[in-house]
Design a protein around this ligand. Structure first.
Ligand code: LMR
Length: 397
């Protein structure tokens, strides 16, 4: 049965972590995968999460199945975090939300559902570049993949004119994948005025905006980082989709906590969409895992714990900004002022402009792991490893 099965290539991000783990060199540094680490180089267990986890352990609750679309309180709190607690969309019942196994299952569930509704003509436009798994998920779901211009190599910033030109050429009904904030891999985002313009264009062209929100709270704050979602909600656009993940904002990577939210024209449409989300989930993994959702709902639903979480998240955000600035300062001091654009990028990543050959040298000669695209995770920097990273980049530059 399996004699003709060929070896698949390793995953460019998670495969790199496997190589990192297997590397015996002391002092190795992983700037590959998008994981926030604290000053001690550890993945934090957030205080509010720990508190909920301890109460859950004491409560010794039975382990029944969650409903197909997950925990009700979790879905409601997720909607409030994404759309704003006072969002008219929520009051009007226009949002169908289901808890999913991380943001990845949110993408896949929505992709399968959208493919069913679009039939053979399902097309998605993805920013160039984007998170590599976006292409994999939508291609596997049967979509035709298109690209729109996004990153300008010359300025290390946004090619907004190119983006608008490419979006303006898409056929009505095309799905447009957007990053809510902290664009992965570039760290280059649209400002509010640019979002407004892009949204007007997508509305006029009858495109379906699909926002991937994996880093809410990692750049400016929970509300500011949801600007794209809030502007879409206010735009009067008929439909849009939001996939979100709590991997980063709650430091719950392995618990796989995310959600899919699909906004329809009215309550009736949202109810029908939710029924389809449920049949799609049932056909893939039946129902989501419970633990992470109890943690997130436990924190978001309790004012004290929520304040503690927001505070800690704010600290993580500040530390990322400091590490970004520290990297630039170090590189400037090492005679490399051309890296100052890193300060203008947002979130946990920077598209450093390092070439594949330079990235390979970092790994071979310095045990520093980055993606071959040049993406580095600035959220994995700390005061103890910063100098080594600066020195290694200087050596390969
Ligand atoms: C990343 O881009 O490094 C993260 O989103 C982790 C992943 O699953 O690729």
């Amino acid at each position: 049965f399996f004699a003709s099965v060929e070896m698949a290539p390793g995953d460019p991000i998670l495969g790199l972590t496997e190589a990192f783990v297997a590397d015996p060199r002391p002092g190795k540094i992983n700037l590959g995968v998008g994981i926030y680490c604290d000053e001690q180089g550890k993945i934090p267990l957030m205080k509010a999460v720990r508190d909920v986890e301890q109460s859950l352990a004491k409560a010794e609750n039975p382990r029944g199945y969650l409903p197909i679309n997950g925990l009700k309180a979790y879905n409601e709190l997720t909607q409030q975090l994404l759309f704003g607690a006072d969002s008219p969309l929520l009051a009007e019942g226009r949002v169908a939300t289901a808890q999913t196994i991380g943001g990845s299952a949110a993408l896949r569930v929505a992709a399968d559902l959208l493919k069913q509704t679009a039939g053979t003509g399902a097309k998605i436009a993805i920013s160039n570049p984007s998170w590599g798994n976006h292409h994999v998920v939508f291609r596997t779901a049967g979509f035709e993949l298109l690209e729109y211009r996004y990153y300008d190599k010359a300025t290390h910033g946004l090619d907004f004119a190119g983006m608008l030109e490419d979006l303006g050429k898409l056929e009505p009904g095309t799905v447009v994948l957007l990053h809510a904030c902290c664009h992965n891999p570039t760290g280059v985002d649209l400002d509010a005025a640019q979002w407004q313009q892009a949204i007007e264009l997508m509305k006029e062209r009858q495109l379906l905006p699909f926002v991937d929100a994996a880093y809410q709270g990692f750049d400016k704050g929970l509300d500011a980082d949801a600007t794209a979602i809030r502007l879409l909600a206010a735009s009067g656009i008929e439909a849009f989709v939001v996939a979100n993940s709590y991997s980063k904002s709650f430091s719950l990577y392995g618990e796989r906590v995310g959600a899919i939210s699909m906004v329809g024209r009215d309550r009736d449409e949202a109810a029908r969409v939710l029924s389809r989300i449920k049949t799609t989930i049932r056909s893939i993994y039946s129902s989501p895992a419970a633990h992470g959702a109890y943690l997130v709902a436990g924190v978001l639903g309790n004012p004290e714990l929520r304040a503690s979480w927001e505070d800690e998240l704010g600290g993580m955000r500040t530390r990322i900004h400091e590490m970004r600035a520290g990297l630039v300062d170090g590189l400037v001091a090492a005679g490399l002022p051309q890296f100052d654009f890193i300060n203008r990028q947002a979130g946990m990543f920077s598209y450093s402009g390092l070439s594949k050959a330079q990235v390979e040298r970092l790994r071979e000669d310095f045990a520093i792991y980055a993606l071959t695209s040049g993406r580095i995770c600035v959220a994995a920097l700390n005061r103890a490893n910063l100098d080594a990273v600066v020195a290694a980049i200087a050596a390969v530059s």
